[in-house]
Design a protein around this ligand. Sequence first.
Ligand code: FEO
Length: 165
Amino acid sequence: MRISEKLVKALNEQIKAELDSAYLYLGMANWLQGKNFAGMAHWFRVQAREEQEHAMKIHDYLIERNEIPVLLPVAAPETKWGSVAEVFKKAYEHECKVTEMIYALVDTASADKDHASVSMLQWFVDEQVEEEAQSLELAETSEMIGDSVSGLMVFDQRLSARKDD
Ligand code: FEO
């Protein structure tokens, strides 16, 4: 069976949303780099790469289902932030929005009785649990640290250790 037109459109939009996320996180990495927080910048660069992989997962799924993905324009992200804590808070809020988008996709696929798409999307449902938990912890920790220079340095050191997932 073919994927419904509605779901194809929504999946194309999700490819763009994942690339928007990659761009947002790359912008955050660059802002942090400008403040000499190389460890935090590294963390967001890894996160940006992950988002590109998410986009490709949906992209390649569409091809597997005999659909040609439509590449929508990627938006320029916000690049100015008031503080480290604000960056991590916005990243958490962004992940919550992405979760809502994934849930809406599952709703559409379920209404279509498109079990293959539901199964593919389940990976994203699970991934969002991890993405939200991780970004919430960092948002809360960075809020606790505030402007403490020693706290920020320890935090930066911690985030520099992130491996490519
Ligand atoms: Fe692709 Fe961070 O969700």
